[in-house]
Write a protein that binds this ligand. Sequence first.
Ligand SMILES: Cc1cc2nc3c(=O)[nH]c(=O)nc-3n(C[C@H](O)[C@H](O)[C@H](O)COP(=O)(O)OP(=O)(O)OC[C@H]3O[C@@H](n4cnc5c(N)ncnc54)[C@H](O)[C@@H]3O)c2cc1C
Length: 315
Amino acid sequence: MLKRKKIKNCVIIGSGPSGYTAAIYASRADLNPILFEGFQPGGQLTMTTYVDNYPGFYNGIYGNKLMENLKKQAERFNSIIISKTITKVKLSNEIGGLHRIQIENENYIESKGIIIATGSKPRFLGIDKEKKFMGLGISFCATCDGFFHKEKDVAIIGGGDTALEEAIFLSKICKNIYLIVRKNYFKASKFLQKKILKIKNINIYFGFKIIEIFGNNFLEGIKIFNKKNKINKSIFISGLFISIGHDPNTDLFKNQLKLDEKGFIFVKKGTTCTNKPGVFAAGDVQDSIYRQAITSAGTGCMAALDLERYLYFCC
Ligand SMILES: Cc1cc2nc3c(=O)[nH]c(=O)nc-3n(C[C@H](O)[C@H](O)[C@H](O)COP(=O)(O)OP(=O)(O)OC[C@H]3O[C@@H](n4cnc5c(N)ncnc54)[C@H](O)[C@@H]3O)c2cc1C
């Protein structure tokens, strides 16, 4: 159990790439960080098999192994890592003020600085075998996994900007792209709509939803269904990209921090500073655009440096 009385300098909430990177930098700067791992130790990368685009691992690395390495690196510099979830926070408005952090089934602690690294959750379709084939054909990120399907057939579900951008990206490396749009229209910008209609290897299915995912050890295909016209169709693909949105883990901070229109934490441009002094945000929780392990790690580093400067100049 942590001693409540002792005031902390740096509490990190979250154990994805941004949280652990923040811990590495903060511990090397003698800020004695305490990191709370939360409900998903290691974060989103523990849901995948191979990570092929994290710099430095030229042969790729398993998501779990990468996160294990980051944790060990943070521990090497004496970061304290605790397997608990934060259930409530009370953020101070004062420069140099103390933020109160409530730990599940424990007392609260107080800290001058907080790094929020609580990440985001991709939205699932909620159908059978979706989780079974995660990393075995099903992915949430074309930039991350598109390359595994070079010159093969793939499908994407979604009709927003991200889905269309991913379809355009995949059209350059894959053979045929099946873009499944649940509504009868796109939600994406007109610019992207115009662009996508001109790409020959993208086949668009409006008004269809995925009703079945099939395969043995790997994904082999999907069945789609159009309710209005009662059309059933099987599509054989090696990859399915689910692009129906991400939800940031910001429930704890609602009504205390400024969030953007999608619910992501607002940070001042080019920094990790939120609208509260001593509170910094890193990784997917403040990034609805890039959502990569490397960008999360990068902003984790920035958050620790921003906090170090804050403690030095303001406290
Ligand atoms: C299936 C899949 C495959 C992916 N593949 C790649 C890839 O190949 N390459 C790539 O660059 N990116 C990939 N990504 C994206 C990448 O995983 C994310 O961009 C990255 O993990 C975000 O890191 P993060 O530090 O913001 O937090 P996350 O990884 O989202 O982790 C959030 C952390 O916050 C913790 N947390 C949340 N709430 C609380 C709380 N109340 N108290 C304490 N802790 C809390 C959770 O337990 C978790 O540890 C993939 C994502 C998915 C879902």
